[in-house]
Design a protein around this ligand. Structure first.
Ligand code: SF4
Ligand code: SF4
Length: 404
């Protein structure tokens, strides 16, 4: 973003405070500097040189969850998360907590497969015993084979159309079974599925720690892949990846990807869940921030769940409230993250549902974590797992290899 643009965007704030009513970090701390309006004011002070870059200032700007709840409240239409992203590029050197991570990610992000296989060994040897003893938070086991390496379909003669699955790091390394469920659904319905073995991170985590240039490189790599095959749609199981490709690639990579879709949108558009039936269950739905605030998708997942015979959908209070994950935020601002998470678990527990359904691998991780910490019991599932179960039955073998 060039300076004049940034000055202009910051100057649009009329200090009304509407954004504070939706900002989870403000509502948890009741501290002006931890809310959207305060952050805008501080960044305005920074660019006008009334404030100097400092560790304290950087902490406030990096404590934003980039959830986008404020954006929908702002009467002057300020894209607050975009303002924050740019602010982070200005303040990254002052953000000490992020130093190690920035260096590590800068050099390892293009070699994530190797890094994750090394971490996998460490996870087995050191992390599991400590986690079992309650000393570390729950993190799912890193898979030995990332989802993107499991399936690559090049040709499928009688296809309806060709769909690219953009798995994203959460599905690739931690929840490959979600990718399996999606490819199984698509292949059953007659779609040709393409998964790129060379897929790289969407870039959102890098951008969130101020590494805009590095995020741009990753975006361009993914765009190269997308341009290699003509596909009718690119679908993702992670709203952060979808939002990043749809809304941020034009900014950081200068390319607009028009056929990227969230999986809920795709399922509704092509009637994938119509006529399905499942063993009776009562579920509630949690809205991931980047899906609801970022992409405006709230009705679609509910519509899908209600259309499956056997499912009773009950709404929780404040379903649109954040779960407290926000990627790196949950490890850098643990206490605020947990406090937001506890509220969410309370809302889920207040319903009669035995299952909470969501559409984001990050939310699944946080909800699993928080329910363990609070000692409550319900199952947490992605919407594609529910559809796959309704389509194939829970124990049916997944399709993991297709004819090339
Ligand atoms: S993006 Fe979320 S956490 Fe950040 S200022 Fe806006 S509402 Fe607050
Ligand atoms: S809602 Fe918009 S104009 Fe009002 S204080 Fe927040 S950022 Fe400024």
């Amino acid at each position: 973003m060039i300076d004049t643009d940034y000055y202009y965007k910051l100057s649009k704030c009329v200090r009304c405070g509407s954004c504070k009513s939706a900002c989870p970090t403000y509502l948890t701390t009741l501290n002006e500097t931890m809310g959207a309006r305060g952050r805008i004011a501080m960044l305005d002070g920074l660019v006008k040189k009334r404030l100097k870059p400092s560790k304290e200032l950087a902490e406030k700007i990096f404590s934003c969850m980039l959830c986008g709840a404020c954006k929908n409240q702002c009467p002057t239409g300020i894209d607050i998360p975009e303002i924050i992203y740019h602010g982070r590029t200005l303040l990254k050197k002052s953000y000490r907590k992020g130093r190690f991570l920035r260096t590590a990610l800068k050099y390892s992000i293009s070699r994530l497969d190797t890094l994750l296989s090394i971490l996998r060994v460490g996870q087995k040897l050191f992390y599991r015993p400590l986690q079992k003893a309650g000393m570390l938070r729950y993190v799912p086991e890193i898979t030995s084979t990332p989802f993107k390496k499991r399936v690559q379909v090049k040709k499928y003669i009688n296809k309806i159309s060709r769909i690219i699955i953009f798995a994203g790091c959460g599905v690739n390394y931690f929840y490959p079974e979600l990718g399996d469920a999606l490819s199984s659904i698509l292949v059953t319905k007659g779609y040709e599925v393409v998964v790129f073995g060379g897929e790289v991170c969407c870039g959102a985590p890098l951008r969130s720690i101020g590494l805009e240039k590095e995020a741009s490189k990753l975006a361009k790599k993914n765009i190269e892949h997308f341009n290699k095959v003509r596909a009718d749609a690119i679908v993702s199981l992670c709203p952060t990846c979808t939002m990043s490709i749809k809304e941020q690639y034009p900014i950081i990579a200068g390319s607009t990807i028009t056929n990227i879709m969230d999986i809920n949108e795709f399922i509704i558009k092509y009637g994938i869940a119509e006529g399905l039936e499942i063993d009776p269950m009562t579920v509630t739905y949690h809205d991931p921030c980047h899906l609801s605030n970022g992409l405006g998708i709230r009705d679609e997942p509910r519509h899908i769940l209600k259309s499956i015979k056997g499912i009773e959908l009950v709404e929780m209070k404040n379903a649109n409230d954040c779960c407290g994950f926000a990627g790196l935020f949950s490890s850098h601002f643990k206490e605020i993250s947990k406090s937001i998470g506890r509220k969410k678990i309370g809302s889920i527990s207040d319903t009669s549902a035995g299952t909470v359904v969501t559409s984001c691998p990050g939310c699944i991780l946080q909800l699993e974590n928080m329910k363990k910490e609070m000692g409550v019991d319900f199952s947490v599932r992605h919407v594609v797992e529910i559809i796959d179960e309704a389509m194939h039955g829970y124990l049916q073998l997944r399709i993991t290899n297709y004819e090339i």
